[in-house]
Design a binder for this molecule. Sequence first.
Ligand code: ADP
Length: 272
Amino acid sequence: MAPFASRGVVHKKGTPILELSGVTVCYNGRVALEDVSFRLEEGEQIAVVGPNGAGKSTLFKVIAGVLRPTKGDVKVYGHEPGGHICIAYVPQRSQVDLTFPVTVADVVMMGRIGKLGPLRWPRARDWEFVHHCLQIVGLADLANRQIGELSGGQQQRVFIARALAQEAELMLMDEPLTGLDLTSQEEILRILDELRNHQVTIMVATHDLSLASERFDRVMLLNRRLLGIGHPQEVFTPEHLKEAYGGHLRLVQSADGIMVLSDTCCGRGIER
Ligand code: ADP
């Protein structure tokens, strides 16, 4: 089955998949995001990088339409984002209750809820689609296992399969590699590569500057304000990094470029 041929979503022609204009979000009068503007191209993969409290989750919430900006506009294919099933949020594992007795296939089927008829009764073709999504993430063999029995990396892949089952065109992934071993991280990265073939646009929030600079088309550096968006070489400049991380990064100049040493959880640093 061609997974996303059946999307059938009606979008305004010629509009970008995502466009933010002057978005400001305040919580109880405190500014969490300030005057953020950017647009995304269809099918691109972008890393959203910034320290804790930079506003990454807030950004995802306004894009997903669960939080309204205090000022400014969010447009998904030219429309307000609320209720768009073409946007999927892939949560951090720690935000999900995995003790609930439910199978892997059931979790993925939850992604299809907006596609099912009024009785919300999955048909044979929905189960077939779920199976196909599990194949893409390499978990078809575990469809009938309880979600709580899976490893952290496998659970993360189930959430990606759920977003695929939703036929999402824009996936917002919150720290998808955090806490995973290297093999599981590689597997998630392989799936991200595979999703390029399906024209899924992806935003990944990450602490990991190395991963962002090695693996993504564009990066966005956020610390309440948008400090830069573009190619990692243009965005991860010493000035921008100092502005984002202050004293939490050490920049070491050498003849070959700048080495960035971080005291945040990524711990790997980047070399330019
Ligand atoms: P990040 O995901 O980059 O760690 P967040 O978007 O979670 O950043 O948070 C940005 C800022 O907004 C932080 O200062 C945080 O304390 C604050 N914040 C986030 N959610 C809320 C909320 N529901 N109520 C009040 N303040 C919040």
